[in-house]
Design a protein around this ligand. Structure first.
Ligand code: AMP
Length: 111
């Protein structure tokens, strides 16, 4: 099932893209929870973390590496940041296209 992120990948709706290659797209969250809030998504449709299989290992590793690279570009690598993948309802997932939230730029509370 396609989501709004498929439309962002297809450039059918606008987003503030900060990084892109043939496999991955990173763009600013429209409802930021911190001064830096960027979503890193695969261009293939994987609905949730429950849908990951061995074929996605390399892609997911690259997404984490790109998140850390973007954190450096955003100037928050040294101060610190959080990477989050929400899964399903109780995990707080609202868009069913797997994504990593890169959040930082302020002291984050837990949980
Ligand atoms: P989650 O709740 O983990 O599924 O995260 C989905 C995120 O997507 C939320 O933080 C939303 O603010 C964000 N979001 C939804 N629509 C858009 C959009 N068109 N552009 C950028 N971010 C979006």
């Amino acid at each position: 099932m396609s989501t709004i992120f498929s439309k962002i990948i297809a450039k059918e709706i606008p987003a503030e893209i900060v990084w892109e290659d043939d496999e991955i797209l990173a763009f600013k969250d429209v409802n930021p929870q911190a001064p830096v809030h960027i979503l890193i998504i695969p261009k293939i449709e994987i609905p949730t973390a429950n849908d990951l299989d061995e074929s996605h290992d390399k892609l997911m590793g690259k997404m984490i590496r790109m998140a850390s690279s973007i954190a450096k570009n955003e100037g928050i690598a040294e101060s610190g940041y959080r990477l989050i993948i929400n899964c399903n309802q109780e995990g707080g997932q609202s868009v069913y296209h797997i994504h990593i939230h890169l959040i930082g730029g302020k002291q984050l509370l837990w949980p």
